[in-house]
Design a protein around this ligand. Structure first.
Ligand code: CA
Ligand code: CA
Length: 209
């Protein structure tokens, strides 16, 4: 009599080498239960092995084609003087934001001048590299914010709620300047130089270099 299912108590169907690995191991059923996996039963081990093989094939293909490694996703970094910077592919060099798309190669492999960054300024730049001035039509690089110079032309990069700059540093004199070159702070190097830089003349009478 032909049996359609193996039975307990040692009456187990003999090992059939023609059966698949998953069928004999019974990966999808408890030990001792029916050793034949139904068609939908998929062995996890076999799947993992297939995934590993596919991954190895993809990596091998990338190496064979000489594809570069993926670029770091977040390139925000602090350049010299704590300026907003752009991290190069070597993940060590941090160039100031204003050196991105300035038509000069500053990162070793030129990633600061690549088309996807520079093709449609400023929209093609990451938001952290861009400061929008009081006039939204104007923008400057983020490292120009709070650098003491009037880069926007209306001082919005140095004063007010957009810039949120700290008070003048020790190298600067706080006043309302005469010249548009400066905003709320005038370099102390200009104090008592015989030229008025503050509307109150405080740079000539109160300031000390
Ligand atoms: Ca550059
Ligand atoms: Ca500025």
């Amino acid at each position: 009599m032909n049996k359609t299912h193996p039975q307990r108590n040692g009456d187990v169907a003999p090992f059939d080498p023609a059966k698949s690995f998953s069928e004999e191991r019974g990966c999808c059923r408890p030990r001792g239960a029916c050793l034949r996996c139904p068609p939908r039963c998929v062995c996890v081990t076999v799947l993992v092995l297939l995934l590993l093989a596919a991954t190895a094939a993809i990596v091998g293909l990338a190496v064979a084609l000489g594809l570069p490694p993926r670029s770091p996703v977040n390139r925000l970094c602090a350049a010299s003087n704590n300026r907003t910077g752009f991290l190069c592919d070597n993940r060590v060099t941090c160039i100031p934001a204003s050196q991105v798309c300035d038509r000069t190669t500053n990162c070793r492999d030129g990633e600061d001048e690549q088309e996807k960054l520079c093709g449609d300024l400023p929209r093609s730049l990451p938001a952290y590299l861009v400061f929008r001035c009081g006039n939204p039509a104007h923008w400057v690089y983020a490292d120009k914010r709070c650098n003491g110079m009037n880069d926007c032309g209306d001082c919005s990069d140095e004063m007010g709620s957009l810039a949120t700059c700290p008070p003048c540093g020790s190298a600067w004199w706080s006043c309302s300047p005469v010249f548009y070159e400066y905003c709320a702070c005038v370099p102390r190097s200009l104090c008592r130089d015989g030229v008025q830089h503050c509307t109150s003349w405080s740079d000539e009478y109160l300031c000390t270099p």
